[in-house]
Design a protein around this ligand. Structure first.
Ligand code: NDX
Length: 256
């Protein structure tokens, strides 16, 4: 049966950090080619409807940690913190897998990115789940620790912002439409990447609540992955809409 190998956690976390830096160097100047940054009709084949693509891609991030949690024998009942934190992770990916894709009005998603996205979700789902289920140790009163409570609060706040912003984006289109409009309302009043801002806050909250290397590596990866993308969205809006709100920032309200 499985057990904790701390060196495996260290190796996988370091590789995740390295992937984050690779990601940053690849996509800081040129955006990753999906959504509004994919050249129109350039590759009519090699895409999957957004609904299937997001479902398939995100599923492992839910399934892998959920299975690790369910199948661990003997079941890990102590400490409470580990299961709670693993459930938080699964909860986000339950939303991302079973709710978000079924409402999306996004354009078809490139198969090649879908492939790498799926690999990434397997990798990260395993790392976070394995660490929390087999390795993490918390004092029995972790649930009242300031790191847990403050982190949890940030996680919930970020998730709220992320879900709300994704909803506002979806409402910009009627079913079947693929045009882009200026997002309005919620945190979009202040930033072009409100959904990304929420997601980044969420995973840094998770990292603080778990106080673990894998979770900080994932928060850093998220920042490197969708931080630059928020900036590219911002640039896209500025060159596409002459009436784009001048005071709006790219990612962080009032700052950047
Ligand atoms: N999926 C995380 N890297 C990513 C898929 C891409 O969950 O090779 C990371 C995630 C993957 C990436 C994933 C990992 C790294 C990959 C990358 C591809 C290359 C890269 C594999 C897995 C890679 C290395 C080299 C390291 C291997 O038509 P449309 O789609 O544009 O429509 C959009 C619509 N919309 C608008 N509609 C009308 N008017 C407007 N102005 C509109 N603006 C947007 O709204 C969409 O339907 C929808 C949202 O669009 P957008 O562009 O704002 O968000 P999107 O990027 O699609 O993300 C959707 C959500 C969002 O909440 C975000 O926070 C979350 O997913 N997300 C996304 C990416 C990664 C991630 C979270 C994370 O790292 N935690």
């Amino acid at each position: 049966s499985m057990q904790c190998f701390p060196s495996l956690v260290l190796a996988l976390s370091s590789l995740l950090g390295a992937l984050a830096l690779l990601q940053l160097s690849l996509y800081l100047w040129v955006p990753s080619r999906y959504g509004k940054h994919e050249e129109r009709l350039s590759r009519p084949r090699g895409r999957l409807p957004a609904r299937c693509a997001w479902f398939l891609q995100e599923l492992p991030s839910f399934l892998v940690p959920a299975l690790l949690l369910a199948l661990r024998s003997p079941p890990r009942l102590e400490p409470l913190g580990c299961r709670l934190l693993c459930c938080l992770f699964c909860w986000h990916y339950f939303y991302r897998t079973f709710i978000y894709p079924f409402f999306t009005r996004g354009r078809p998603f490139p198969l090649q990115l879908l492939f790498f996205g799926t690999l990434f979700c397997i990798y990260n789902g395993f790392l976070q789940g394995y660490y929390l289920i087999y390795c993490a140790e918390y004092p029995s009163d972790w649930c009242t620790d300031i790191r847990f409570t403050a982190g949890l609060l940030l996680f919930l706040l970020g998730m709220g912002i992320n879900i709300h912003s994704d909803l506002l984006l979806r409402q910009l289109r009627k079913p079947g439409e693929i045009t882009y409009k200026i997002p309005q309302g919620g945190l979009f009043t202040y930033v072009s990447g409100a959904n990304y801002f929420g997601e980044i806050v969420e995973w840094f909250g998770f990292a603080i609540a778990t106080w673990s290397l894998p979770a900080f590596a994932f928060a850093f990866f998220t920042l490197c992955c969708i931080g630059p993308r928020a900036y590219h969205h911002h640039r896209y809006y500025l060159r596409t809409f002459t009436d784009y709100p001048k005071s709006r920032k790219a990612l962080i309200p009032f700052v950047f």
